[in-house]
Write a protein that binds this ligand. Structure first.
Ligand SMILES: Nc1nc2c(c(=O)[nH]1)N[C@@H](CN(C=O)c1ccc(C(=O)N[C@@H](CCC(=O)O)C(=O)O)cc1)CN2
Ligand SMILES: [Mg+2]
Length: 283
């Protein structure tokens, strides 16, 4: 039987525990504060930001939204980040990506105080992760590790293959799996004979951004398959990077899209916001 790794249910269960924790912090006078910076009118980003704010509210985390128009200059975005760096009610800051093209995401991320960088994208936090001394870790890979743990799937000693080398998924995923004693191979769009490599994987993480790209022939029987993709198929339906129906027949465990990695990403953000608040308040 193939196990469906239900991210929605797992996130709900982790959030119930976190809610209790936030309530206890409040009795000690600590209220975690999250600031989300949203630039422009990308409709998908607006939905993700709304979901983050809703989750924060359910948990008792204070969440503030700083909205800027799509015409905002880099200096304007940097000024908003700078003000949040100095705001004592804010423990975590995130700038929703993608940014409009006139704004350099690297410059904006570098401007976030590393101690408030709740996305874990700042070079300080990236370096710490690769030194196996993590501070904050990017939400999507953190959420994937939490999902694996929830289902009792061990990583140590496994051959893990990642498709995709982005800063927000592939690279931090590799570091986390390496830190957890997996043998890690990174692959991408320029890897020759890609499926020959993926067929070696006990654990396959797919974040390539191509609808239903990974089919059963790419997967070793019994592998655990994690689908980070969010794509539209020809019929306009939301699908992942993995062809779920064919791969579910060979995998031992698989994440659905939607309801797999996405909800865990938001859960991870909430968990780490609370972590940062504790660190800031020694509580
Ligand atoms: N600053 C950041 N920007 C972006 C990040 C990030 O972690 N930090 N990740 C993605 C977007 N993202 C969160 O920001 C995100 C995307 C999707 C989901 C999610 O829950 N997806 C649902 C499906 C939603 C739908 O129906 O469209 C699911 O998979 O079930 C959560 C978070 C890029 N930008
Ligand atoms: Mg506070």
């Amino acid at each position: 039987m193939t196990m469906i790794l239900d991210g929605k249910q797992t996130a709900n269960s982790l959030m119930a525990d976190l809610k209790t924790e936030v309530a206890a912090m409040k009795t000690r006078g600590i209220t975690p504060g999250l600031a989300v910076v949203l630039v422009g009118d990308d409709p998908a980003s607006a939905i993700y930001v709304r979901n983050k704010q809703r989750r924060a509210q359910e948990l008792g985390i204070t969440s503030v939204l700083r909205r800027l128009p799509s015409s905002a200059t880099q200096a304007e975005v940097l000024a908003v980040v700078e003000a949040l760096n100095h705001d004592d009610t804010i423990d975590g800051i995130l700038v929703q990506l993608p940014l409009p093209e006139q704004v350099d995401p690297d410059a904006v991320i570098a401007a976030i105080a590393p101690s408030k960088d709740v996305d874990g994208f700042h070079a300080n936090n990236v370096g710490r992760l690769w030194e196996n001394n993590p501070g904050v870790v990017a939400s999507t890979p953190y959420g994937i590790m939490a999902l694996l743990k929830h289902y009792g799937i061990t990583v140590a000693g496994k051959r893990a293959v990642i498709i995709g080398r982005s800063n927000i998924v592939g690279r931090p995923m590799a570091a986390l799996l390496l830190n957890a004693d997996a043998t890690v191979t990174m692959t991408h769009s320029k890897t020759p004979d890609l499926f020959a490599v993926t067929r070696e994987a006990d654990l396959l993480v797919v974040a390539i951004g191509r609808a239903q790209f990974v089919t059963a022939e790419a997967v070793k029987p019994g592998a655990v398959v994690i689908d980070v993709g969010m794509d539209r198929n020809a019929a306009g339906k939301l699908v992942g990077d993995v062809d779920f129906d064919s791969v579910a027949k060979v995998a031992s465990a698989i994440t659905p899209v939607p309801g797999g990695v996405g909800p865990m990403t938001i859960a991870a953000l909430m968990i780490q916001t609370v972590e940062l608040a504790k660190r800031h308040h020694n509580g």
